[in-house]
Ligand binder design. Structure first.
Ligand code: ADP
Ligand code: ZN
Length: 720
């Protein structure tokens, strides 16, 4: 009788051996259901021969229950699961769960709902409704697809659904996605773009592992350029994965994709409905989905025939996952490409220092787009020294920015003010007793959001109504806002320029794709004069009429002892500056700072990227930081402060003593209380030692922790 070793989706269990019943044909990667105690468990057949360490005779093993009808996970994906678990010190089962997640493989309904005209007429005809009814003749699809076809909002269609003019129909979940046409509309590329595109097209044709850093200034047309190898992969019948850092960015991308390929790509992100996920998962595993655009989790999908990976805005922090399996999608994408033996393109105007180092040392191929497309100039950047140009009391905008805004408004051009703080004010207190509003679950202040009249914790999501009276002293009407958030800046602009049309752009206001699309449409049609936004607006957006960018507080990101603070400040400010002057009119950038001489601020002002990266590289070398050394964090947490502290101290007692390995801590983690759990942290710096993970695993595995204690390892942590 055959026996197999199963990777079961239960992180507490190791691989388990089973026998294969007569007539069931399994191979490595097959997804199966197996008995486990009184229940069943989903598993992946991991090994089919040489099962060392199990002497139980095959007859004594329990037989597999059922073979799940999805294609077996291919060897490159199985290697990726193993590598990810090993590198990030995670359980194999936790990584495997990301692959099979979302019910894609595991049962669930086999139909989904689509919509079409019923033949009825609405109670009241409006121009929008008429457009919808005329545009949807003979069409069928999801509300989203139909809205695209008819060129009306989803809200209009939902209204028609409520009136029975549009009716739901159940369709099979494996309905294919419309094919992309690689030659639908090929733009004329500039000379630089063409050279880069040709290199990438050749790499796709050669089909071997080839990591590429596409380093192109903002507005150079990186998207148009990497669309060429995407087209080539489609022609060759291979799949493409494009990773984007933010859902809000997807809208803009989808429009451009459709213009180039005549149809939208297949989407993968956390706000898909479960039927949409199942449909996508299946189409991806069977190979019928061609181009998949997704958030980082799309990296772990079971592509049947992957030919190219593109990571756009590859420097973005949001590619780092900070709970569960703590992985960095940028790094994992390179490994996936390696196991699949295909090219991977990391595209950015401000690459991560690690990526640039790999390119400079020849590990990655460096392809550059040094100028903006269509002759647009990079914007002029000026510093505003806040120690000299003091804003009025209780205000945050200095005279030069106010003056520049005024100019733009009188010329009918757009402006963007950047401040990386959501809400109205970062801290709210009682004028009477000094009470500060703090999150009960986190060591963080509650942030006032006036637009929604709420106090919110940005760490655990807790929200409460803004109280009428202070909960401490009972005094009414006593709350004072301390410091600025984007909403407060928007208020200030509104008071200065009462006629200006102002939009706040943050994850609160653009959190879902529909609202993001609406915002983009408004900005493009010049229905907005001034955008006030967080890091969300630093990326990807292309508004040709935007000619002024004001950075409200460039020093904000430099506070705190974060290893990557300077790099992140550089990236954010350079990216947001890159939103200015992308069309025919030149752009201007004003950066408010109290430290005009800080190296990163000076580099931004001089446009001296090379100097900044060179200085930063030396600082990292001295600190033994990546790419010259490695960092890891170990976080122990518990709902009980004492339990967490004692577990950390006990772990600290057996800390490994090795040359070139430095262990700091335990100390309270920067967020010492997070979501109701007290957190202690070790920071580990390995100057050379290649086996950092092994050292950490041996150290931790030698301990048993009480059930209330969670131990998490963060390899290459982002925020310290
Ligand atoms: P980046 O991502 O490098 O900042 P984009 O890809 O957003 O730049 O390109 C900037 C703008 O120039 C976009 O509106 C894009 O459509 C346009 N563009 C770039 N290359 C071309 C081209 N070859 N033909 C037409 N338009 C282009
Ligand atoms: Zn909280």
């Amino acid at each position: 009788m055959n026996r197999v070793r199963l990777l079961v989706l239960n992180a507490a269990l190791g691989p388990l051996d089973y026998s294969v019943p007569e007539g069931m044909r399994v191979q490595p990667g097959s997804v199966v259901i197996a008995p486990l105690g009184p229940r069943t468990v989903t598993g992946i057949v991991w090994e089919t021969e040489r099962l060392p360490g199990n002497d139980v005779p095959a007859e004594k093993l329990r037989p597999l229950r059922e073979l799940v009808s999805v294609p077996p996970l291919r060897a490159p994906l199985r290697r990726l699961i193993e590598w990810t678990a090993d590198y990030y010190c995670a359980a194999l089962a936790s990584v495997a769960r990301m692959v099979l997640s979302s019910g894609g493989a595991l049962g669930g309904p086999t139909t989904m709902t689509e919509y079409r005209l019923s033949g009825g007429t609405p109670e009241r005809m409006t121009p929008q409704r008429r457009a919808a009814i005329e545009g949807l003749e003979g069409q069928q699809g999801t509300i989203r697809e139909l809205a695209g076809i008819a060129g009306v909002s989803e809200g209009v269609l939902r209204g028609l659904v409520n009136q029975g003019v549009i009716e739901p129909v159940a369709v099979a979940i494996d309905r294919p996605f419309p094919p992309a046409d690689p030659d639908y509309h090929q733009p004329a590329l500039s000379g630089d773009q063409l050279a880069v595109a040709n290199t990438l097209v050749t790499a796709v044709e050669e089909r071997k592992f080839a990591p590429v850093l596409l380093d192109g200034v903002t507005g150079s047309g990186k998207t148009e350029t990497y669309f060429e190898p995407v087209a080539e992969a489609i022609r060759l019948g291979r799949q493409v994965l494009v990773l984007l850092p933010e859902i809000a960015l997807t809208e803009n991308f989808l429009v451009r994709f459709e213009q180039r390929f005549g149809t939208p790509p297949v989407l993968w992100h956390s706000s898909l409905k479960s039927t949409e996920r199942r449909r996508a998962w299946r189409a991806i595993s069977e190979g019928s989905a061609q181009v998949i655009v997704g958030a980082r989790s799309a990296l772990f999908l079971p592509y049947a025939n992957l030919g190219l990976i593109v990571v756009d805005e590859a420097h973005e922090v949001s590619f780092k996952q900070d709970d569960g399996v703590r992985y960095n999608a940028r790094d994992v994408s390179v490994m996936r490409a390696r196991f699949e033996d295909i090219p991977v393109v990391l595209a950015s105007a401000t690459p991560a220092l690690e990526s640039l180092h790999m390119a400079q040392t020849g590990t990655y191929q460096l392809l550059e787009l040094p100028s903006r497309f269509g002759g647009a100039q990079l914007p002029e950047i000026k510093l505003v020294d806040l120690t000299e140009e003091k804003p009025a009391s209780g205000r945050w905008l200095s005279a030069p920015i106010i003056h520049a805004l005024e100019e733009r408004l009188s010329r009918g051009e757009q402006s963007l003010l950047f401040l990386n703080r959501r809400g109205y004010a970062p801290l709210t207190l009682c004028r009477n007793c000094g009470h500060r509003f703090q999150c009960p679950n986190c060591s963080a202040w509650l942030v006032e959001h006036r637009l929604s009249a709420r106090l919110a914790c940005h760490h655990c999501g807790l929200e409460t109504k803004v109280p009428d009276a202070c909960p401490e002293c009972g005094e009414g009407d006593c709350l004072v806002a301390c410091g600025p958030g984007v909403e407060r800046i928007a208020d200030e602009v509104g008071e200065l320029f009462p006629d200006a049309r102002i939009a706040v752009a943050t994850s609160d206001t653009l959190g879902n794709p529909e609202r993001a699309a609406e915002f983009i449409a408004q900005a493009e049609s010049k229905a907005i004069d001034v955008i006030v936004g967080t890091q969300l607006v630093t990326k990807g957006f292309h508004f040709p009429e935007l000619t002024l960018v004001g950075v409200v507080d460039a020093d904000l990101g430099l506070e705190g002892g974060d290893l990557r603070a300077a790099e992140r400040t550089y990236q954010q400010v350079a990216q947001v500056a890159g939103r200015a002057g992308r069309g025919a009119k030149p752009g201007e950038v004003l950066i408010q700072t109290r430290h005009p001489d800080a190296p990163v601020i000076a580099a931004l002002a001089n446009g001296d990227r090379d100097a900044f990266y060179a200085a930063e590289t030396e600082a990292r070398r001295d600190a033994g930081a990546p790419p010259f050394g490695r960092w890891a964090a170990i976080i122990l947490s518990s709902e009980d402060e004492k339990e967490a502290r004692e577990a950390a101290i006990r772990l600290g007692d057996t800390r490994p003593q090795l040359d070139d390995l430095y262990i700091l801590g335990p100390a309270p983690a920067p967020l010492a209380l997070l979501r109701g759990r007290y957190r202690y942290r070790f920071l580990v710096n390995a100057r050379r030692s290649a086996s950092l993970q092994e050292v950490l695993r041996n150290w931790i595995d030698a301990h048993t922790f009480s059930p209330g204690v969670r131990v998490g390892v963060d390899i290459d942590p982002y925020s310290f």
